[in-house]
Ligand binder design. Sequence first.
Ligand SMILES: NC(=O)c1ccc[n+]([C@@H]2O[C@H](COP(=O)([O-])OP(=O)(O)OC[C@H]3O[C@@H](n4cnc5c(N)ncnc54)[C@H](O)[C@@H]3O)[C@@H](O)[C@H]2O)c1
Length: 318
Amino acid sequence: MILVAGGAGYIGSHTLKQLAKKYQAITFDNLSAGHRENVKWGRFFEGDLADIESLRTCFRENAITAVMHFCAFANVGESVKDPEKYYQNNVANTLNLLSVMREFGVSYFIFSSTCATYGNPTTLTLSETHAQNPVNPYGASKLMVEQIVKDYAKAYGLKYGFLRYFNAAGADPDGEIGEAHDPETHLIPLAIYAAQKKRDKLTIFGNDYPTSDGTCIRDYIHVNDLAKAHISVLEHLEKGHENIELNLGTGVGYSVQEIIAAVEKITGLPVPYEMGPRREGDPAVLVADNKKAKEVLGWEPTFTLEQIVETAWQWHNK
Ligand SMILES: NC(=O)c1ccc[n+]([C@@H]2O[C@H](COP(=O)([O-])OP(=O)(O)OC[C@H]3O[C@@H](n4cnc5c(N)ncnc54)[C@H](O)[C@@H]3O)[C@@H](O)[C@H]2O)c1
């Protein structure tokens, strides 16, 4: 039985759907940001990582053999204003999970990390060997967990996979689940809301970056491509292979303006937007070098930007 901590959330629920085709799964989630209706596969245990007894109960009642850990707060701006909230949930609460895993002898841990652990890139694309110097508490909290897990691996034999996602986007092509953060901070859903006139116009944070059109460039990876990598990493660890740290992105970057154009094309609606000032701590370009994931896992991102926007649009339109 695989424990999916945070399985009621966006990336967790998409992973759960694929995982359930091969494994038994149980979601552990406090529904602080996730949605109960996202957990359509496997069992559901409502609990908070802060409550170690609820974790123990979940492990006692279920024969858990591996953990995929998606739970976290993930808003960079908020992490700067309220770092304690981030270190508490992302680091201290993760320690509870690791501690209960040890108590129950569970040794596979797959962790949702982020390209935000790298900080400002010094190379055009980011490979796993790029220095990790996070520039905000969110990225720092994820790097701290990586460090803790590495120490657990050395001391207690924990087996791990760190998956450093770039920008997760898109939705389940069957339309069963999609992206619904509240508040939403991700560009593609915000552009769709603006097109649907469900929200105010979109604000672009800075158009004076050293990029082709002056707006920030990011690497958008379909959530199902991320999900697929989790299952490959689990199989990789179960086969006894080395612990791994992988960047998950497409290797291709799109500017904010290009994303707006893609949303306009797919929806057939204009996306009203305004220019705002730069946001602190936003690097101009964040694009993955994904060679290692391809080599080690034989993983390939399969969704194009059009398909990412199309699946997101279909889901939001429902
Ligand atoms: N969305 C992205 O583009 C992106 C990029 C890089 C990394 N990540 C990481 O991926 C993970 C998943 O992201 P997401 O977008 O699916 O987020 P999400 O908020 O949709 O999912 C997180 C889930 O964890 C649950 N949760 C949070 N704290 C909990 C706690 N203390 N106890 C129990 N449940 C708790 C929430 O209720 C939610 O269901 C996060 O760790 C995030 O940092 C996301």
